[in-house]
Every structure is written in structure tokens, then in C-alpha cells.
Design a protein around this ligand. Structure first.
Ligand code: PGA
Length: 258
């Protein structure tokens, strides 16, 4: 069976007590999965100490939704890699679609964040995705290739184990998102894999799929070639439902690889 990467980004939802309840429940429901999958949760900044308290020593990793590349400085409103390490963060989500499109983060800034997060001992989870316009213009693979090549520009083979990619088509994300066809996802993942192999032939970069993943499509998506994991939003925000979904995904991946 391929190694599975399953995680969720809680975005700007859940306050401290809601996050605590969610993480305790998810941790306890999934204890038996320790060692069999790479499970992670990316809550809001103010809840990271709670994530550390609840998840330290468990099988669930916790991450941050954004990060500045500098350690300290005159960067009002930003959060530094040292601050994240202080609360045990080991995954830095870089360039989520909402960061790129609502807050104008560009590939140049994201490249520095990717490198800095790795240099500070974290896994960089670089999010990429084409817009609806790029898809309509037939340039999805070109758009993805540019985001990967720019985002991973400073990465050297030694950094390899600490880079993950989340492919999330912009048009497939969130409440207005349209779930992508599995055939379409498979082609994009193949294209992403080819670019990764071209620029970092020595390493296998896990490529996760995200964007309206739900109980209806998750099993088919995880079974696609070059899909190493799923990055899930809304469908993972109740611990009980996420636990059920995780188990369905694992059994689909297991059955189909048996
Ligand atoms: P969604 O979110 O699953 O709710 O579409 C995915 C994401 O934004 O990563």
C-alpha cells in the first residue's frame, strides 16, 4: 500500500475550546492508526499551543497556515518560523489558494517561505492550483509547472524529504467549489509528478490532492496514480466524520493495492 498523507486545514474556523475538543476527539478516535498513515491538522495560529498540548507525543502532527521567511524583524502582523517552532509546529502550509488570491502572495514570496520553513526543521506544504480561467484557456499544466518551479527554486536534494505539494484547483475549493473529475485530477497529478522529477529527480515528493474532497469522491481520488494523500477542508471539520472518512480512504487504498 502506498504511504498515505491525510490532513486538514481548519482555516479561520474554531476558537481555542473548539479546537481543543476537536483535536482530543480526533486523537482518541484515531490512536490505532499510529504509524500507518501521516495524519496532520493545521489549525489557526492562536490555537497552536493547544495543538501542542493535546497532540505532543501522539500520532498527529500539527502545522501552521502561513509563515514569514525571516526569523525576526519589522513585519507587523507576520509570524516567524522560530515562533512556530516554539509551539512544536512541524508543517508550514505555504501558498494556499486563499493566501495567493485574497492576500496577493506571489511565487517569489512563497519560494522564500518554502526554503525558510525547511531550514527551520519543518515540512513545507506548498499549495498550488490553476484558476478557472487558466483551466478554460487550457494552460493548467503550464500554470502548475510555473508555481512548482518558482516555489521549489531554492530546494536542494537534501531538502527533499521535507517538501510536500498540495494540488488544489482554485475553482474546486470551498463552499462555491466544483469537485474536480478524477480523470482530470489524475492528469494534473501526472503533470506535477513530471515537473517534480525534472527539477528534483533524486526524491519522491508526496503530492496531495485537495478541493471539495468529500465522502463521495475521496475513495476514488486516493486510488489515482500519483495521488499520495488528500488535503481536506469542510469534510474533515467534525472529528467523528473525519475519522470515518480516514478509514474509508485507508480501506480504499488498501483494497485497490492488494
Ligand atoms: P475544501 O477546502 O475541502 O472545503 O474545499 C480545501 C482547502 O481549502 O484546502
Amino acid at each position: 500500500m502506498k504511504k498515505l498523507y491525510l490532513g486538514t486545514n481548519l482555516k479561520m474556523y474554531k476558537n481555542i475550546s473548539q479546537t481543543r475538543d476537536y483535536l482530543i476527539r480526533l486523537r482518541d478516535l484515531t490512536t490505532d492508526l499510529a504509524g500507518s498513515i501521516d495524519l496532520f491538522v493545521i489549525p489557526s495560529f492562536t490555537t497552536l499551543p493547544v495543538a501542542q498540548e493535546v497532540l505532543q507525543g501522539s500520532h498527529i502532527r500539527w502545522g501552521a497556515q502561513n509563515m514569514h521567511w525571516e526569523e525576526t524583524g519589522q513585519f507587523t502582523g507576520e509570524i516567524s518560523p522560530l515562533m512556530l517552532r516554539e509551539v512544536g509546529v512541524t508543517i508550514a502550509e505555504i501558498g494556499h489558494s486563499e493566501r495567493r488570491h485574497i492576500f496577493g502572495e506571489d511565487d517569489n514570496a512563497l519560494r522564500k517561505k518554502v526554503k525558510s520553513s525547511i531550514d527551520h526543521g519543518m515540512t513545507a506544504l506548498l499549495c498550488i492550483g490553476e484558476t478557472a480561467k487558466e483551466k478554460a484557456d487550457g494552460i493548467s499544466d503550464e500554470a502548475l509547472s510555473i508555481q512548482i518551479k518558482r516555489g521549489l527554486k531554492n530546494i536542494v536534494p537534501d531538502d527533499g524529504d521535507n517538501v510536500w505539494i498540495a494540488y488544489e484547483p482554485v475553482w474546486a475549493i470551498g463552499i462555491n467549489g466544483i469537485p474536480a473529475d478524477p480523470e482530470y485530477v489524475e492528469l494534473r497529478h501526472m503533470a506535477i509528478r513530471n515537473v517534480c522529477k525534472l527539477i528534483l529527480p533524486e526524491i519522491h515528493i508526496p503530492i496531495l490532492y485537495g478541493g471539495s474532497v468529500n465522502p463521495q469522491n475521496a475513495k476514488e481520488l486516493i486510488d489515482l496514480r500519483d495521488v499520495d494523500g488528500l488535503f481536506i477542508g469542510r469534510a474533515a471539520w467534525e472529528a467523528e466524520k473525519f475519522n470515518i472518512l480516514i478509514r474509508e480512504i485507508i480501506s480504499a487504498a488498501y483494497i485497490n493495492s492488494a
